[in-house]
Design a protein around this ligand. Structure first.
Ligand code: MN
Ligand code: MN
Ligand code: MN
Length: 277
């Protein structure tokens, strides 16, 4: 079995529909795919149907945004029950928080002489509005040359339309995941802008708070990263996960199934999801 346990559809900030995502995963040799859209499970139903049609296995998942001190941390919930009342309540709370944030970003942009950003971003998003949609709106309106420039000038950390946001505590999010029958995995530990010392403290806190696994492989990584994370997982008795973090077809470093295998020392997270290690 080939596991890819981190992917996005157009129900969050991915480009592909769950159906297109599933058939691309199959083409790439993936046999078990977790759909882990940001703070939403709306794509799980269609993904489940698509998986059945393609003879693939879907793991119902979610990527929660959470807070650890001043850092925004992503926690994957894998094998969650999409009908769990606790999960539905958590998702509703996260959606409210995202909406409030989107409104605040639009207010900032209006103050900077850019009107209509909320409606514009909503039209581009289809579903949930995120900063990438504001970036697209700024490009479409001719305010910036490209999306990178939109972040550099307006939306990125410390820029005028950067709205600081308090997500729920990491420990609370782990509790939500457990309450809905899933396992909690700390996503892409190397993607957070923090020192090595701080990253080690983060992993220790995550394990302390009841976290189950570490994403030892996240797409194409620099050499040594997986081995380093495997050691860290060992130290804190965490299982290991692997996933592409796929969002779009034109990013080969985050392509479905396109990553190395877990180091031999790892205890794969799928053994906690009912699959043989
Ligand atoms: Mn994303
Ligand atoms: Mn993430
Ligand atoms: Mn992701």
């Amino acid at each position: 079995m080939v596991f890819d346990l981190h992917s996005h559809s157009n129900y969050s900030d991915g480009i592909l529909s769950p159906e297109a995502l599933m058939s691309r995963a199959k083409e790439r040799g993936v046999t078990v795919l977790a759909l882990t859209d940001h703070d939403t499970i709306a794509g799980i139903g269609p993904a489940r149907q698509a998986a059945a049609a393609e003879d693939m296995t879907l793991i119902a998942g979610i990527e929660f945004s959470s807070q650890w001190g001043k850092s925004g941390i992503h926690v994957l919930g894998l094998g969650v029950n999409p009908e769990s009342p606790e999960l539905l309540a958590a998702v509703a709370q996260q959606q409210d928080a995202r909406e409030a944030r989107a409104k605040a970003i639009a207010v900032r942009l209006a103050q900077l002489g850019i009107p209509g950003a909320l409606e514009g971003a909503q039209a581009l998003a289809g579903g949930q509005v995120g900063r990438p949609h504001f970036a697209q709106y700024l490009v479409a309106g001719g305010y910036v040359r490209n999306e990178a420039a939109a972040f550099k000038k307006y939306l990125g950390a410390g820029k005028p339309a950067d709205v600081k946001f308090q997500w729920p505590e990491m420990a609370q999010v782990i509790g939500w995941i457990h309450g809905s029958g899933g396992v909690a995995v700390l996503a892409h530990p190397y993607k957070y802008p923090m020192t090595r010392t701080k990253r080690c403290a983060l992993v220790a806190d995550f394990a302390q708070a009841g976290g189950d696994g570490l994403e030892v492989i996240s797409g194409q990584q620099a050499s040594g990263v997986a081995e380093d994370l495997a050691k860290l997982a060992d130290t804190h008795q965490l299982a290991a996960s692997c996933g592409s973090d796929f969002h779009r077809p034109d990013a080969p470093w985050q392509e479905l199934g396109n990553f190395g295998t877990l180091p031999a020392r790892c205890r794969p997270i799928w053994s906690m999801l009912g699959y043989a290690a």
